[in-house]
Design a protein around this ligand. Structure first.
Ligand SMILES: C[S@@+](CC[C@H](N)C(=O)[O-])C[C@H]1O[C@@H](n2cnc3c(N)ncnc32)[C@H](O)[C@@H]1O
Length: 268
């Protein structure tokens, strides 16, 4: 699984995702007794924050064995149940008041059938809380640095065969439509621009909080990757950031979609 190799890196570097998750919690965790399913929970730091907001059950699932192993170690006494499981199998876990899906949706496929399943396992009045990058240009500074890296003369023979594993639906209307098609009522939807001032090392840490799992997964290249590809990629990516940055601190901006969809109460 792509994230297995990067579980430790994610635990250290996934700060932008944690900040976005806290915003999503404010929008979705409205009562102190909500049962919560955290889909794609990673190494559990977001799930642990969710657990602090409820006295009801909290479950985290993720298909990466190493992520779940780390989550179980880090949050052993938290009362959270963690399972190694992809989103497609969550129906066995029973019903919830909140499905929390932070920085995961772009990694998934078959979105419609997953949303239908999510709808089925929510209690009436329950909510699906989504935060995801919504466009291929989710952070133009980093996207440019990655594009220049794939196109670098020494990497282009491999870089041209990269195919992104991520899916984006681009506009608020498209995301709303996806949820409405399976019966949800969308009560909140906004693509937010989130500015950050980052050092060059912090930008590399952001790369290591998810991007690296995509760019160093051989499955995302329709050619064989040479042994030193990752090392060369990392060196050229860093050089590109240094060239693009006018000082050691760079202003970057993320575009993140926040959406809250409710299962109507009349379906009781
Ligand atoms: C960027 S991390 C986000 C982790 C966590 N939600 C957070 O906000 O810190 C993306 C996670 O999605 C998980 N993932 C990838 N494919 C998935 C799938 N099919 N079902 C559930 N989770 C998946 C990965 O293993 C990874 O842990």
């Amino acid at each position: 699984m792509a994230f297995d190799r990067f579980a430790q890196d994610y635990a250290k570097n996934g700060k932008a995702q944690l900040n976005a998750a806290k915003k999503l919690m404010q929008l979705s965790i409205t009562k102190p007794d909500m049962s919560i399913l955290d889909i794609g929970c990673g190494e559990g730091k977001v799930t642990n924050e969710l657990k602090k907001l409820t006295n009801n059950r909290v479950i985290g699932i993720d298909p990466s064995q190493n992520m779940i192993k780390l989550a179980k170690e880090r949050f052993a006494n938290s009362g959270i149940d963690f399972y190694t499981m992809p989103a497609a199998e969550v129906e066995v876990l029973g019903k919830f008041d909140v499905i929390f899906c932070n920085s995961v949706f772009h990694w998934l496929s078959h979105h419609q059938s997953l949303l239908k399943m999510g709808y089925n396992i929510l209690n009436a009045g329950g909510v699906f809380a989504l935060q995801t990058p919504s466009t291929p240009r989710w952070c133009p500074f980093i996207n440019d640095a990655l594009d220049f890296t794939l196109q670098a003369p020494s990497l282009h023979h491999v870089g041209k065969f990269y195919k992104t594993p991520w899916t984006y639906f681009e506009t608020e209307e498209n995301y709303i439509c996806l949820f409405e098609q399976v019966g949800f009522e969308v009560t909140y939807c906004e693509i937010m621009r989130i500015p950050m001032k980052c050092s060059i090392d912090e930008i590399i840490a952001i790369f290591d909080s998810g991007c690296s799992a995509a760019f160093f997964d051989p499955k995302n290249y329709s050619c064989v990757i040479d042994e030193d590809y990752e090392k060369s990629f990392r060196a050229i990516f860093k050089e590109n950031i240094e060239k693009m940055a006018s000082s050691n601190l760079v202003n970057i901006e993320f575009k993140r979609l926040f959406l809250i969809a409710q299962k109507p109460v009349e379906n009781l």
